[in-house]
Write a new protein. Structure first.
Length: 163
């Protein structure tokens, strides 16, 4: 019974440390995974996606592109052009630690002493990656020169199956 309880607590602790990577709006926590955006001009947005701890860089980049495509269609545009790209990695708890301590003291004729050893084990799954795109949106024929331009509906069809 005691062993089952220890295993259950350990499993719950590991589950609590995992940061899932889903294609959804970012939560209120500063480290929550998900997307968010801000309008810069009528047809220019900054789009960001933060992956869960240890999420592959390609997945984080694709989710940022997918949100840019969704935003493009939602605002009545046909294509978007990535005119700026910024990546960021927030390091996870990268190493364990060991500490040793001791104390002694006395009260009247009595004395005491104690010692302790503590350690932690990092449970994070790796760094948390954020991809931010600055996109310019347009209607009609997509530009074929200059920065990378994407047909929004094509990106949705291609990347939606991976969410």
């Amino acid at each position: 019974m005691k062993r089952l309880m220890i295993v259950s607590i350990a499993a719950a602790s590991l589950a609590a440390c995992a940061t899932p990577t889903a294609f959804a709006p970012a939560g209120p926590s500063a480290s929550a995974s998900g997307f968010w955006d801000s309008r810069i001009e009528e047809n220019r947005f900054r789009v960001s996606y933060r992956g869960g701890s240890g999420a592959p860089a390609t997945l984080v980049q694709e989710y940022a592109l997918l949100h840019a495509a969704d935003l493009t269609v939602a605002n009545g545009f046909d294509w978007f052009q990535v005119i700026g790209r910024f990546g960021e990695a927030t390091p996870a708890n990268s190493g364990g630690s060991l500490s040793v301590g001791g104390a002694s003291g006395g009260y009247g004729r009595r004395s005491y002493s104690g010692a302790g050893v503590g350690f932690n084990i990092p449970l994070g799954g790796g760094p948390q990656l954020t991809e931010t795109l600055e996109v310019l949106m347009g209607k009609g024929v997509r530009p074929t020169t200059g920065p990378a331009a994407y047909e929004a509906r094509d990106v949705q069809r291609s990347l939606r199956t991976r969410t």
